[in-house]
Design a binder for this molecule. Sequence first.
Ligand SMILES: O=P(O)(O)OC[C@H]1O[C@](O)(COP(=O)(O)O)[C@@H](O)[C@@H]1O
Length: 264
Amino acid sequence: MLPIDDSPIVRDGKSLILAMDHGLEHGPVDFEEVPEKLDPSTVFETATHDAVTAMAVQKGIAEGYYPSYEDDVNLLAKLNGTSNLWMGEPDSPVNWSVDYAAEIGADAVGFTVYSGSNHEVEMFEEFREVQEQARDYDLPVVMWSYPRGQGLKNDTKPSTISYATRIALELGADIAKVKYPGSAEAMQHACKAAGDMNVVMSGGSKTDDYEFLSTVEAAVNAGCCGLAVGRNVWQREDPTRILDALEKVIYEEETADAALEATE
Ligand SMILES: O=P(O)(O)OC[C@H]1O[C@](O)(COP(=O)(O)O)[C@@H](O)[C@@H]1O
């Protein structure tokens, strides 16, 4: 793994990655309640908040919108991604290369690996190629480490999430992004399984302020180095307010209660 503390996508050892690849992964349905967010510029504006260390997007969004924000936002190039229309075993085609991401100005690359899927072998091989090319550019590699597939009944059980962080470490990721395994103890074990590699929690579908922030608080206390989040930020009416609160919970290690009180 790279010594990533000096990377622009890390601030004081922590990261807050704002993800906006949902138009591909889930489809426009994710924007139904916030139709103005269909315009990617609105989410790039949100990503200019100091708490955000990188914005994760697919190629077309990076090409079209990142040039206007390159001075204010760090780009995490999400290199693979699939649509919700795909009905086969979990898989994720590689949509752009590390070379092209570096040319556009990426500060890091991201890659989904569905361990346990029938496509695991090809996905590991594709990850190998991406990881080694990223080393040529000194770009940190964030693995969306999502064990998933017909053999896996529960993709958030503690042993699965610990396996997910460990797979990311073994395959050479610099940051693993994993789902919350349901308890602080389980997250602590998953962070231990990752050795010295940074682990960030995945945001998930939108929940209320307190529920969301207290899960982030638990994850940070368990050893997580932050969050990679989409809907729980940009589906909110006031994304700036939740980012103000996240800044307190993640970087200042305040409680969810204190962060909410301070941002009311
Ligand atoms: O595969 P899933 O569980 O539908 O989630 C995929 C989405 O989750 C993310 O990893 C994080 O976004 P959310 O915080 O909205 O869950 C996105 O990058 C991606 O589009």
